[in-house]
Design a binder for this molecule. Structure first.
Ligand code: FES
Length: 192
């Protein structure tokens, strides 16, 4: 049982579609996804210095957006290994977002340049093996771009909802891989 003030905060967040509670419907859903009440699970790998702060700004500004996204905060996009994305799909994500500081704004100077090259190659590789590129969103969101983060999230949710659950990929995953934390959980991993 949470203390009263935390319960109140949760209620407020639910009301604004910012975190806990049922995800907010965004955009037009396809026949299949909507009929099945499909709510995509999106894992977002974001850098600590820009996108995480931008996402926080979107929350504190009470911007209305889908709450299907679970954020994993890392120091820099340069720290995001493509294997993290594969692991996310394996563990139940239907889509993935990778986002960090704009080029030339990286806190570690070159991290996002490394990330940009890495993900360009990874993107082609995923397409080659049959993963629809619309399941992956790459973007740059600065600390002051709360509205852009909202748009990135809403667009990713709409795209992934149109594609439906990523069952085909999960069928390939080993049985003990488990699944992503259920919607409504507040799991957040901080890596150093
Ligand atoms: Fe944000 Fe490097 S610190 S991308």
């Amino acid at each position: 049982m949470l203390p009263d003030h935390r319960e109140e905060k949760r209620g407020e967040r639910r009301q604004h579609g910012l975190g806990d509670g049922p995800p907010v419907e965004v955009g037009a859903a396809p026949a299949g996804g909507e009929a099945a009440g499909f709510q995509p699970r999106i894992t977002a790998f974001v850098c600590n210095w820009c996108t995480y702060t931008g996402a926080d700004l979107a929350g504190t500004s009470r911007l209305h957006m889908a709450s299907n996204v679970r954020i994993i905060r890392l120091p820099c996009t340069g720290r995001i290994d493509p294997l993290f994305i594969i692991k996310a799909f394996e563990r139940g994500a239907d889509g993935v977002i990778v986002s960090g500081c704009h080029p030339a704004d990286c806190h570690y100077t070159l991290g996002n340049y490394h990330a940009r090259r890495r993900f360009a190659v990874f993107h082609d590789l995923m397409e080659f093996i049959g993963v629809d590129p619309r399941r992956m969103t790459f973007s740059w969101v600065s600390a002051s771009e709360g509205a852009k983060w909202r748009d990135v999230v809403n667009e990713a949710v709409t795209n992934v909802r149109a594609l439906g659950p990523f069952e085909a990929y999960r069928a390939l995953a080993p049985e003990d891989a488990g699944v992503a934390a259920p919607a409504g959980s507040s799991a957040e991993i901080e890596a150093s």
